[in-house]
Write a protein that binds this ligand. Structure first.
Ligand SMILES: Nc1ncnc2c1ncn2[C@@H]1O[C@H](COP(=O)(O)OP(=O)(O)O)[C@@H](O)[C@H]1O
Ligand SMILES: [Mg+2]
Length: 234
């Protein structure tokens, strides 16, 4: 099937005043279509920076991201935005729901934004049932628990059946029960729809839901035995 997501020698340094903060020091990876890959590594190792670049949310200093055959940095902003809306579902640690909209509208808005006309009420019902949200759809985020908010955010990410799901610490603020629901849903969606999933996590239990684990440290991809957190667990 070939690589669906390919990163080639990605480099990114942040500039804070006169200080340079290197975040990615040459990352190359490739994720096959339909693969579920998890990315682990200590805090500050560059995981979120990688997530933003792979999702076309920020630009690299150098290197390339090829998504489904398209070099996303080479696209004009408007095209890149379109590609993102059409092909990628995002899940963030902090949910990022719209506070004034109820759960139903928070999910539905993703469909309107993508404008792919994919209005499939049966799929909406199925996703919200599977995520245990059927009775919570008329509530605003402030009336929902953290776990419920993340389940809404996941429904929003999946509602357009995106080819790629990118998740940055999706269970970082959740209890075990809600983490399990979120992880199982990601896995199920990956298997049923052949979605390519890249999930960042701190949690070795969560990382097991994927097919393969990528370890990061100090802006590099490293071998598992070079990841101190990981090595300490066995
Ligand atoms: N917007 C930013 N401005 C300055 N430094 C940043 C910014 N975002 C991240 N960094 C720095 O880049 C490095 C990698 O951060 P990040 O990609 O968030 O790692 P992780 O997600 O693994 O914790 C860290 O040293 C972090 O402090
Ligand atoms: Mg992070």
């Amino acid at each position: 099937m070939g690589a669906f997501i390919e990163a080639i020698d990605l480099r990114k340094t942040y500039h804070v005043g006169k200080i340079e903060v290197p975040a990615l020091r040459g990352i190359s990876l490739s994720v096959q279509k339909g693969e579920f890959v998890t990315v682990v590594g200590p805090s500050g190792s560059g995981k979120s920076s990688l997530f933003y670049l792979l999702g076309g949310l920020t630009r690299a200093d150098s290197g390339k991201v090829i998504l489904d055959g398209e070099d996303i940095a080479a696209l004009p902003d408007s095209e890149r935005t379109r590609l993102r809306k059409r092909k990628i579902g995002f899940v963030f640690q902090k949910f990022n729901l719209l506070p004034t909209l109820d759960a139903r509208s928070n999910i539905a808005i993703a469909r309107e934004i993508s404008r792919n006309g994919n209005n499939d009420p049966a799929f909406f019902s199925r996703i919200t049932e599977l995520l245990g949200l059927a009775k919570r759809l008329n509530h605003r985020p402030s009336e929902l628990s953290g776990g419920e908010q993340q389940r809404v955010a996941l429904a929003r990410a999946l509602i357009n059946k995106p080819a790629v799901v990118l998740a940055d610490e999706p269970t970082g603020n959740l209890d075990t029960e809600n983490s399990t629901i979120v992880l199982q849903m990601l896995r199920q969606s990956n298997q049923e729809l052949g979605q390519t999933v890249l999930m960042i996590t701190h949690n070795p239990e969560a990382a097991k839901y994927g097919d393969r684990i990528i370890h990061m440290r100090d802006g590099h991809i490293v071998k598992p035995e070079e990841d101190p957190q990981w090595a300490a667990r066995d």
